[in-house]
Design a protein around this ligand. Structure first.
Ligand code: GDP
Length: 177
């Protein structure tokens, strides 16, 4: 069998945003390393992780950026959004305020990111069914209204995580080419 060296066709920068503790870092490590870390950190300093996927016969390196805790100090900078083609906007289905703040995050994206940025709204911690505080329909409605894609995920079980990221990457691919 012939040895095929992997060649990257495109690099897509994706930013992960949303309130503190909604599971941004865990979603990122689930998607890039298939890991969930139980005694998780404060992410300080970590910038991005990558995973390479093939979409429409093109090898795409997804470069997924973590806020590194900046959102706690309302200090997510324009540099963070620069060049981003996609955004995962995450809330926690068990914490209503994290969903109520989603509109603010959309504003932030509209202010700092490129107009053509593809946004996916993510209701994370879907495994915590008995603690649900945000009905799926509320999020579906908001997403339709704002023109966002939407998915509910669990970084803990891994449910829908790949599907959601891959969907976002496919949509980015569609916007660009
Ligand atoms: P971040 O501040 O948004 O990056 O949030 P983290 O990724 O650090 O996660 C915050 C807390 O939520 C941690 O205690 C995680 O273990 C927990 N967590 C993250 N994702 C999930 C999930 O899908 N389900 C459950 N049950 N807990 C989660």
């Amino acid at each position: 069998q012939e040895h095929v060296q992997e060649k990257i066709d495109y690099v897509y920068k994706v930013v992960v945003i949303g309130d503190s503790a909604v599971g941004k870092t865990q979603l990122l490590s689930r998607f890039t390393k298939n890991e969930f870390c139980f005694d998780s950190k404060s992410t300080i300093g970590v910038e991005f992780q990558t995973r390479t996927v093939t979409i429409n016969n093109k090898v795409i390196k997804a470069q997924i950026w973590d806020t590194a805790g900046q959102e706690r100090y309302r200090a997510v900078t324009s540099a963070y959004y620069r060049g981003a083609l996609g955004a995962m906007l995450v809330y926690d289905i068990t914490k209503r305020p994290t969903f109520d703040h989603v509109a603010k995050w959309v504003e932030e994206l509209r202010a700092h990111a490129d107009n053509s940025i593809v946004i996916m709204l993510i209701g994370n911690k879907a495994d915590l069914v008995y603690q649900r505080a945000v009905p799926t329909e509320d999020a579906v409605e908001f997403a339709e209204d704002q023109g966002l894609y939407f998915s509910e995920t669990s970084a803990l079980s891994g449910d829908n995580v790949d599907t959601a990221f891959l969907r976002l990457l496919e949509e980015i691919n569609g916007v660009i080419y």
